[in-house]
Design a protein around this ligand. Structure first.
Ligand code: F6P
Length: 328
């Protein structure tokens, strides 16, 4: 264990995700386990620039393992994108005696951490926290599993109305430019069609698919649309398009929005957060820096931050096939 690291800072940045609190708890308690001081940094990089720090001990993270959001708050700091902002942040860390940082967030958070490391040689370690699951070097990001369960629960409820009224629903889900939430929740909820940015279905094939579905005896349909889908129409325009070409359908739209990002984390996310927090702190104590801790083939593993940022988290081809077969 490194003798040079006596105090570790932890922050959450970017969009909050369920499991971030469980990760903060894990970082704080792993520090305490190794007799290292831990400092919570509020509002991500913005709090680093403003010196918004608070000492955290194992009891300051009681009863948060089950809470959504982040007790440290989050922000997307524009000032941290400037050299002056980063210099101020670095001075605050040095003045507070903080020797290394654990950052919990998505690729924007990691880009900031990598830059900070390159500029000041400052030790950083990333924990992937985003519902989008769009980070290379981990099969799961914190919050993704919880978001999937939330989406499936919502679609199950929407289906009750869809089937009672013989309706077609377009359900828009989050995921930014990635279709992981749409594809997995779509399969889990038995959607008739799933539109994701990684695969261009095209408007004609969407109509064909809906016609086929109707002809096969289905009276209601759920189409899950990823917010980043590239079909060229948003969910409301898709509704108009289908109503125009298939007037027999009674179409509705449901945009699930930020309810997908909140709520109590699933058991999977809590356990993942606990594992990643331990590995992040212990890796810093072993003298490692500029990595992301993630899950690869169910083992906790390190990926250089640069790769985590630049690599892409590919859609599983097998799932695409499963989805095709399930919509038969
Ligand atoms: O990255 C998480 C996410 O929820 C995306 O799925 C979504 O595109 C985006 O954040 C929304 O960001 P905001 O809450 O800033 O509107």
């Amino acid at each position: 264990m490194s003798k040079n690291i006596k105090k570790i800072g932890v922050l959450t940045s970017g969009g909050d995700s369920p499991g971030m609190n469980a990760a903060i708890r894990s970082v704080v308690r792993t520090c305490a386990y190794h007799n290292i001081e831990c400092i919570g940094i509020y509002r991500g990089y913005q709090g680093m620039i403003e010196g918004d720090f608070k000492e955290m001990g194992p009891r300051s993270v009681n009863n948060i393992v089950n809470k959504g959001g982040t007790i440290l708050k989050s922000a997307r700091s524009l000032e941290f994108k400037t050299p002056e902002g980063r210099k101020k942040a670095h001075e605050n860390l040095v003045n507070a005696g903080i020797d290394a940082l654990v950052v919990i967030g998505g690729d924007g958070t990691f880009t900031g951490a990598e830059l900070f490391n390159n500029e000041f040689g400052y030790p950083v370690m990333g924990i992937p926290g985003t519902i989008d699951n769009d980070i290379y070097g981990t099969s799961h990001t914190l919050g993704y599993d919880t978001a999937l369960n939330t989406v499936v629960e919502c679609i199950d409820k929407i289906r009750d109305t869809a089937s009672s009224h013989n309706r077609l629903f377009f359900v828009e889900v989050m995921g930014r430019d990635a279709g992981h939430i749409a594809l997995n929740a779509g399969i889990g909820a038995g959607a008739e069609e799933i539109l994701i940015p990684e695969e261009d279905l095209g408007l004609e094939r969407l109509l064909e698919s809906l016609q086929k579905s109707k002809a096969s005896g289905k009276s209601s349909s759920i189409v899950v649309v990823s917010e980043g889908d590239k079909i060229g129409k948003n969910v409301f325009e898709l509704k108009e398009y289908v109503e125009e070409h298939m007037p027999e359908y009674d179409v509705r739209v449901s945009v699930l929005g930020h309810m997908q990002r909140g709520g109590s984390p699933s058991c999977f996310d809590r356990v993942l957060a606990s594992r990643l927090g331990v590995k992040a702190v212990e890796s810093i104590l072993e003298g490692k820096s500029n990595y992301m801790v993630g899950l690869i083939q169910d083992k906790v593993a390190l990926t250089p931050l640069e790769q985590a940022i630049k690599g892409s988290s590919k859609i599983d081809e097998e799932l695409l096939r499963v989805s095709d077969i399930m919509t038969t």
